[in-house]
Design a protein. Structure first.
Length: 216
């Protein structure tokens, strides 16, 4: 019986590509699953099976080579993230990240033919993003970001991308914090009884970085 996390299913079966540790992120798109090996310099693309399982290996991409601005949302050659997420609109995958050096969000189209990141656009953000921030799509209307600079949890409205981001609450930066690349911490969502998505905070003690938010 596969173990499901949102649309992603783990079957225990080996795939055609073997990676030795240091998996930084697993990002689920419409037809593809993007596995970041340590950083966004090495992104392995897999087909997503109809049942949500990890399918056959497609190719690898260096998203930093596609556009050097990717290094503003995940440090080049490093596992240090600044907060980013993959989301899907009308069958098209995008990646959006909060810049570490600008008060901006950068968004790219993930080109369907070869999974390169193209057509960068930008949107205003209230400040820059701190190291070890987090980001993730809730599977619905919002992309959520946790900013280590002020410990604020923000939401960005996909239905009104030019609107100001909304700071919803504070997740303290002490104790079970998200401030280390190696805590295995991340953001998640869970579905409430009224069928609404609610952002949640998750943490593990493994030596891997929890990648982001996923629709539960």
């Amino acid at each position: 019986m596969p173990y499901h996390i949102g649309d992603l299913a783990f079957t225990g079966q080996a795939t055609s590509q073997t990676l030795a540790g240091n998996i930084a992120d697993v990002m689920v798109g419409d037809k593809y699953i993007y596995v970041a090996y340590l950083n966004l310099n090495n992104v392995y693309v897999y087909n997503k099976n109809p049942d949500g399982t990890l399918g056959s290996y497609v190719r690898s991409r260096n998203w930093v080579s596609d556009d050097s601005y990717i290094s503003y949302i995940c440090r080049s050659g490093s596992s240090v993230p600044y907060g980013y997420a993959v989301f899907t609109e009308n069958g098209q995958d995008y990646i959006v990240g909060w810049s570490s050096s600008h008060s901006l969000l950068f968004m790219w189209t993930i080109r369907q033919s070869d999974q390169a990141v193209v057509n960068r656009v930008q949107y205003n953000a209230p400040t820059s993003m701190g190291s070890y921030g987090r980001g993730g799509w809730d599977g619905g209307q919002y992309v959520w970001f946790w900013n280590r600079n002020d410990y604020g949890l923000y939401k960005w409205d996909l239905n009104n991308k030019t609107a100001a981001m909304v700071r919803t609450c504070t997740i303290a930066g002490s104790g079970y914090s998200l401030d280390s690349s190696y805590t295995g911490s991340g953001l998640g969502t869970r579905r409430k009884q009224d069928d609404k998505l609610q952002p949640s905070f998750v943490r593990s003690n493994s030596n891997q970085r929890g990648g982001g938010m996923y629709p539960a």
